[in-house]
Write a protein that binds this ligand. Structure first.
Ligand code: SAM
Length: 295
């Protein structure tokens, strides 16, 4: 994209040229992307861009916009460029240190909130593999009685989650721990956790090359891929969790629609009780709930 000055309705011209450039580079919804990037770099809303097309764009904003469009044309995710992603009631900072939170995970949180609100006292909950912190920070905000822990095997992801906690003035309300699944937890939590909630990586190794460029080249591999079946992390957590859960404790996990029914059968074989599969908004099985003992 050239930096040559735009004319009359400069905003429309910039959007049209950026959209054409993004389209040439195979970006889906190029015009929407161009609008969102211009809104981001000017600090205006999309509606303002169209309502006041004659309003000049300061040169530094124009340069910032061109740089942002180049990044997007190289298939960097829009949210990494704008640095923000909305999740339930939160606006989270996101960057290449962790997965961009997905809408399906909001349903996982919805079920976790129901479970925690039905619990007595101060239920103890662990968000295993917290990434940006989206699950743990939502639970702190929506279930103030809960005592929330968050873990991740990635120090980078934990740093991002801690930063989000600080920015949202929720720091001090989540206890962050680095480590591989339950190894990250303090020993005194064994047998006391009311809820473990986890959105583990669940892409099969063989599916990785066919992921969109945005995902494959920009989101952390460790947040995406889990062994040949994509269920390695689920299965390890299902084996570890009973020693950490309270007798009435629950393990709640997100998975792929072709994985969750098989995982439910494994949960039954492992002796979990009240094993349930919850569909997403499109009716696809995506959330697996299991309890340490039969209800
Ligand atoms: C699919 S991402 C989910 C991130 C976030 N919870 C969300 O829903 O957007 C999976 C997360 O689990 C972490 N992870 C992967 N393997 C792990 C392990 N063995 N122990 C702990 N965390 C792990 C990754 O670093 C990543 O942050």
């Amino acid at each position: 994209m050239s930096t040559a000055a735009a004319t009359a309705f400069e905003i429309m011209e910039l959007i049209a040229r950026a959209a054409a450039y993004l389209r040439e580079n195979g970006v889906i919804k190029p015009r929407l992307n161009a609008e969102l990037l211009l809104a981001h770099t000017t600090g205006r809303t999309r509606a303002e861009l169209y309502a006041y097309p004659e309003k000049p764009i300061p040169s530094p904003c124009k340069d910032g916009f061109i740089a942002a469009v180049r990044r997007r044309a190289a298939h960097e995710p829009l949210q990494y460029i704008t640095g923000a992603k909305g999740f339930r009631y939160l606006e989270l900072e996101v960057d290449g240190r962790a997965l961009i939170p997905r809408p399906e995970t909001e349903m996982l949180v919805e079920r976790a909130v129901q479970i925690l609100r039905a619990a007595q006292g101060h239920p103890l909950v662990v968000d295993m593999g917290t990434g940006s912190g989206c699950i743990a920070l939502s639970l702190v905000g929506e279930c103030p009685a809960a005592v929330v822990y968050a873990t991740d095997i990635s120090a980078d992801a934990l740093a991002l989650a801690r930063g989000n906690a600080r920015r949202l003035a929720l720091d001090g309300l989540v206890s962050f721990h680095l480590g591989d699944l339950c190894d990250a937890l303090e020993k005194e939590l064994a047998g006391r956790i009311d809820l473990i909630v986890c959105n583990p990586p669940y892409v099969r190794e063989s599916d990785f090359p066919s992921l969109p460029l945005e995902v494959r080249e920009h989101e952390p591999y460790i947040s995406l891929v889990a062994g040949p079946e994509g269920t390695e992390v689920h299965r390890r957590l299902m084996e570890q969790a009973p020693s950490w859960l309270a007798p009435s404790g629950c393990l709640l996990m997100e998975g792929g629609e072709d994985q969750v029914d098989g995982l439910a059968r494994t949960a039954n074989k492992l002796g979990y009780g009240a094993v349930e599969v919850h569909p997403d908004l499109n009716g696809r099985p995506r959330i697996l709930e299991m309890h340490r003992h039969q209800a």
